[in-house]
Design a binder for this molecule. Sequence first.
Ligand SMILES: [Zn+2]
Ligand SMILES: [Zn+2]
Length: 96
Amino acid sequence: MTRADPTREPRPVPRRLESISLRIRTVRAVGRCECLGECGRGTHTGRCPNLNGQPAYGPGSKVVLTVAHLDHTPENSDPANDEYLGVEGFLCSSRA
Ligand SMILES: [Zn+2]
Ligand SMILES: [Zn+2]
C-alpha cells in the first residue's frame, strides 16, 4: 500500500482516547464510516455506506472502522466535544 501524504492523513488515536474512540464509533457513527466524500475517491456520494465488520462495497474486503484526528492535533482529547475526531473505514482513511 502506498503511504498517503502525511500532512493530509489523519493520525491514529492515542491509547488514552480509546474510550472516546469506542463511543463515537458505536454511538455517534453507529458503526458506519463517516466520510462524506473527503476521501476524494469519488466512489460514494453523500455518506459512505461502509459498515464496520461488513464487506466493503467495491473491493469487498472487511470494513474496520478507525478513529482519527481530523484536525491533525493528537493532543486534543476532550470527551465532551468530539468533533475533532472522525470515524472512517480503511478505504476512506487511506487516501493514497
Ligand atoms: Zn470516503
Ligand atoms: Zn468510507
